[in-house]
Design a protein around this ligand. Structure first.
Ligand code: CP
Length: 322
């Protein structure tokens, strides 16, 4: 595996889920693979789960993780080509990436969308420079448009808890005070469309995700109707993806608290499990009683972040041994 950005990078999902099961049961069984190997984890943005689960997975595989917080531990980096660097950014990615790559075998990158320029974000401008200039396998640790490690962990969690062969999974938009990127819903949609589930997306008008991530999904604008009979409810906020009106890209179009997932919403489901990638704003995205209920999977979902990224790292290490 040369890179991990999309569901297609993991190949057959049943095989990946079986591998995830093995990794979860025997996390140290592949410790020899990472001997004398280093992974560089580069963070342009904050993180709790991704940072810790990546380090834990690397250690389980016998690898040395190095974490770099750009702008705090390092110089501030310029990411755009052709600019006069007369501001506060002291170094360009063009030099920083090959330097970082010379110290490691695999690179993980967290670099959020700026939500100002849709073309810049959807071209994955930062992540693609890591691919172009590092010469190393690259993992998206949530980049401008995708968060594949999260989506894979979500799929593992659904597989572990499903009560029917083909469960109904509903991803619902929910309100948030700040404009958030579309990486999590994009990847969740992409992975659910490839998985053996009935997948429904519900959101207010104007929040349509990029169709390249939602092919095969049912879009239902009536949230209650969408939630009827759901086995899993996946809540997430995202800002306007700018699909129907590019001038609205990154904007907050609604703060309708009627979309907050509460007991009344869960009552129309098939006693559904509640899921969220975390961090979550309580009583904005989800009510206390729903996230605190026994049917809430937010903690096992976060725990599975170690499993998902360990499968990815393991495959990259196996590839490096060839
Ligand atoms: N879900 C997730 O990626 O969490 P962090 O932002 O804390 O890494």
């Amino acid at each position: 595996m040369k890179s991990f950005f999309h569901v297609s990078d993991i190949g057959d999902l049943s095989k990946a889920l079986e591998e995830a099961k093995q990794v979860k049961e025997t996390p140290f069984a592949w410790k020899h693979l990472g001997e004398n190997k280093t992974i560089m984890l580069v963070f342009f943005n904050s993180s709790l789960r991704t940072r810790l689960s990546s380090q834990k997975a690397a250690l389980n595989l016998g690898m040395n993780p190095i974490v770099l917080n750009i702008g705090q531990d390092s110089w501030k980096l310029e990411t755009e080509m052709g600019v006069v660097m007369d501001g506060d950014k002291s170094e360009h990615l063009r030099e920083a990436i090959p330097v970082m790559a010379s110290y490691c075998d695999i690179i993980g990158v967290r670099s959020f969308a700026n939500l100002k320029d849709r073309d810049y974000d959807y071209a994955e401008t930062v992540l693609s420079q890591f691919v172009q200039y590092s010469g190393k396998p690259v993992i998206s640790l949530e980049s401008a448009t995708v968060h594949p490690c999260q989506a894979f962990a979500d799929l593992i969690t659904i597989e572990e808890h499903k009560k029917t062969r083909r469960p109904k999974v509903v991803m619902t938009w929910a309100p948030h005070p700040k404009a958030l990127p579309q990486a999590v819903p994009n990847s969740f949609a992409e992975w659910m469309c490839a998985a053996d589930v009935d997948f429904v997306i519900t959101h207010p008008h104007g929040y349509e995700l990029d169709p390249k991530f939602t092919e095969g999904a049912v879009i239902e604008y009536d949230q209650m109707k969408a939630l009827e009979g759901a086995d899993f409810v996946y809540a997430k906020n995202w800002s306007c993806p700018g699909v129907t009106d590019p001038s609205q890209y990154g904007q907050i179009l609604s703060k309708d608290m009627g979309w907050t997932v509460d007991a009344a919403h869960m009552a129309v489901t098939n006693n559904a499990f509640f899921m969220h990638c975390l961090p979550v704003r309580r009583n904005m995205i989800v009510s206390d009683e729903v996230i605190d209920a026994p049917t809430s999977l937010v903690i096992p979902e976060a725990a599975n972040r170690v499993v998902s990224i360990q499968v990815v790292m393991k495959r990259m290490l196996e590839e490096l041994q060839k």
